[in-house]
Each structure stands twice: as C-alpha cells, then as structure tokens.
Design a protein around this ligand. Structure first.
Ligand code: UD2
Length: 296
C-alpha cells in the first residue's frame, strides 16, 4: 500500500534549516496560482529524496527515436543513467522504428528499458505529434498506480545535471528557454481562432516546451488524450497548429494550470549561451542539422 502521509526516510535526516526570509531573489520561485517554479537553490535535494524514498515511487520516461533521430538515443540514455532520478525506480520506454538499433546501455538496479515498435512517417510533424497518442495508449495499458509519475522527453537532448524528485508534481510543465523574457503577445502560440490550440494575444501564462512535460500518470493521460483529440479535430479541419503538439500542450497548460513549473534549467538549448539566472543546466537540446535529420 502506498502511503500519502508525510514521513521522512530516517528520523534524523540531516538537512539545512529552511528559511522563509532568504532564498533566490533574482528569479520568481512561485507562480501567481501558487505553483512552485523550480530553480537551483530553491529546494533541498537531500530533504526531497528523503521524503520520496519511503513512498517507493516509480518514474516512467518516454522517448521517441524515429528515423535518423535514433542517433541521439545513446547519449540520451547514458546521461539519463547519470542524472535522471538516480537511486529511484525508473522505467524508460523507447518508441522507435528500428528496435535493433537501440544501443545497449548499462542500467543500475531498479532501472529498466522497454522498446516499443512504431512506424516511421513521411513528415516530422507527424512523428512529433503522434507522441501524444502513443503516450495516451501506454498509460492506458499500464496499471495506474496513483503514486506513479511519468515524464515525456525529446530524444535529441542530454542530461548534464540532477533531474530528480524536486521535479515531481501532479502536472508538470517546463518553461521554454527561448521566450521566458518575452511578452506573452509574442509567444509562438497557435494564433488562429479556428484551431483547438488557439491562445489569444492577451492570454497565456508562460511558453512551455513540448520537449519535456510530466506528472502523475492519470494527469498526463488526460493531457495526452486531450491534446491528441484536439490535434485530430484540427486535422479534420485541415489545420496543423504552429508547433504541433507543443501548441496543444501550451493551450492545455493555460486552461489546466500546472501544479509545478520547471525553470529553463530543465530544458536549455546547447546553441544558447547560459543566462546568469541559470545556475545549472540539467537537460538540454543538442545542436542538430534539421535538413539532415528530418524526413523532409
Ligand atoms: C520543438 C519541441 C518538440 C516538439 C516540436 C514541435 C522542445 C525542445 N522541442 O522541437 O518537443 O514540440 O517543437 O513539433 O521543446 N522525432 C523523431 N524523429 C523525427 C522527428 C522527431 O523521433 O524524424 C521525435 C524525437 O523524439 C524528437 C521529437 O520528436 O526529439 C521532437 O522533434 P524535433 O526535436 O525535431 O522538434 P523541434 O526541434 O522542432
């Protein structure tokens, strides 16, 4: 049985005294709807791991490596082994059209990998967008333990620093590194009112990235089902949102506020110099040559 009670792993766990006066003062660490925004220095990893360890949680991660994107998988898996929920139960699902090419990566005890076959597609937009449907199906097939979490991640990326229990929440979104200083009117949301991903110029909170999101299985199931349904509805009307499922995700996160927001530390881009407020890059998108790796 899973306990929802707050109790620490060891009664005498040593950690720094919390302060309500001092903390990060160069960034905002809570949204106006009172969801934490996770930045380095805003949490205590020892304390958080101590809270979550007795709960015996498991974390599912999904990653898609279709067509030439298989080349990114090795680095993704190897760096995940070093930084992603180290010491916890982790189950990585790799969706690929080339199961035989999945690299063998040594995994620590409690961690496993499952390969699922998917078809390739002529259009990269379809590969990216179809992920929502496959995530929905995956969650439906699995036993839905209320304390289980899932993160859905882009494969053309690698981990550089801790990504752990501080990121857990009911519904978790990551701030896109490219737009967090911009006014919302210039976010690349879908702007055509006929689309189910539409966000009006005066609306929206942050611009979140499609390359990383997560939360409790049942919450992410609802998100994936809704985004997939809206994507299909758009397709019936001959519309494809500006940034495919990322646009639908942004609409969803505006309507259903995330309970935790991860700062751009959780998805930086390698081509961008690190901004001073970003003390650590935990996960980042690698530089890629779109013309060479996409089907067209
Ligand atoms: C952004 C988002 C991405 C998605 C996309 C819009 C970030 C960092 N990235 O990146 O998540 O929302 O916009 O569609 O927020 N894939 C394959 N094979 C392909 C093409 C794609 O496996 O031929 C998979 C792969 O897991 C990849 C993901 O789809 O990581 C997203 O595709 P992308 O990285 O080409 O999208 P990009 O860079 O435009």
């Amino acid at each position: 049985p899973v306990s929802h009670e707050f109790h620490l792993e060891a009664e005498h766990l040593q950690y720094k005294q919390p302060s309500i006066l001092q903390g990060r003062n160069d960034v905002v660490t809570v949204t106006p709807w009172l969801a934490p925004v996770v930045w380095e220095g805003s949490f205590d990893p020892v304390l958080l791991d101590g809270i979550y360890r007795p709960k015996n949680i498991s974390i599912t991660a999904t990653v898609f490596a279709v067509g030439k994107y298989i080349m990114f998988l090795k680095d993704f898996l190897e760096t995940a082994e070093q930084h992603f929920f180290v010491g916890f139960n982790v189950h990585v699902y790799v969706f690929t059209d080339q199961p035989k090419e999945v690299p063998r990566v040594q995994m620590a005890a409690g961690r496993k990998l499952t390969v699922r076959s998917v078809l390739d597609s002529q259009r990269w937009q379809e590969i990216s967008a179809r992920r929502m449907e496959l995530i929905q199906t995956l969650i439906e097939e699995r036993h839905r333990n209320i304390m289980d979490y899932i993160f859905c991640l882009d494969v053309d990326s690698r981990f550089h620093g801790r990504w752990g229990t501080e990121s857990l929440g009911r519904l978790v979104a990551v701030i896109h590194p490219g737009y967090y200083k911009d006014p919302r009117s210039s976010f690349p949301y879908e702007r055509r009112p006929v689309s189910r991903a539409y966000v009006a110029p005066g609306e929206g909170d942050f611009y979140y990235c499609g390359g990383a999101f997560g939360g409790l299985l049942q919450e992410v199931h609802l998100l994936a089902r809704t985004c997939h349904r809206n994507f299909k509805e758009d397709a019936r009307n001959n519309i494809e949102a500006a940034w495919q499922e990322e646009s639908h995700l942004n609409r969803y996160m505006w309507v259903n506020k995330p309970s935790k927001v991860l700062s751009p530390e959780y998805l930086w881009q390698d081509f961008k110099p690190r901004n001073p407020e970003v003390h650590i890059v935990r996960f980042s998108g690698v530089v890629k040559n779109y013309a060479k790796i996409r089907p067209n």
